[in-house]
Design a protein around this ligand. Structure first.
Ligand code: ZN
Length: 149
């Protein structure tokens, strides 16, 4: 069963068809070249998610009329509701990607929103929508567990 975390199917870098960013010596963090790199990653990721959403919608429209039997229909509705929930997660993710693209536009991308330090290129390549550094993220997860516990 899916957990609360975003599912890791294909790596984002593989989807985007990009190699890990090679920094030049002394290169400024989140200079134009790096921002461009992440813009490409986020753009590719978003189109892949959009395709997923469209595919499911088409699939459901094709199948919707095919089951006159109520039992089959019930099973189908169950399947649809699972798919819709997955699509709902993808739509939320698309929104998050768009917010992150906006951060790039505003030249505000790549820094922790809690403490302001650099999130880091490698971490962002693994999770381009990350808006916390690893320390703040760990802290947030501990707090979350305590609240849930
Ligand atoms: Zn931080």
């Amino acid at each position: 069963m899916p957990t609360g975390t975003e599912k890791k199917s294909l790596g984002i870098m593989a989807i985007a068809g990009l190699a890990p960013y090679q920094e030049k010596p002394g290169e400024e963090y989140m200079g134009p070249a790096q921002l461009e790199h992440f813009k490409k990653i986020l753009g590719a990721w978003r189109s892949q998610l959009r395709q997923e959403v469209d595919k499911t919608m088409n699939h459901m429209q094709d199948e919707a009329a095919n089951f006159p039997d109520p039992v089959d229909r019930a099973a189908q509705e169950e399947e649809f509701s699972l798919e819709l929930r997955a699509r709902d997660r993808e739509r939320k993710l698309i929104k998050k990607i768009e917010k992150t693209l906006q951060l790039i536009e505003d030249d505000d991308f790549g820094f922790c929103k809690e403490c302001g330090i650099e999130i880091g290129i490698r971490r962002l390549e693994a999770r381009p929508t990350a808006d916390l550094c690893i320390d703040c993220k760990t802290l947030a997860e501990i707090k979350e567990k305590q609240l849930a516990g």
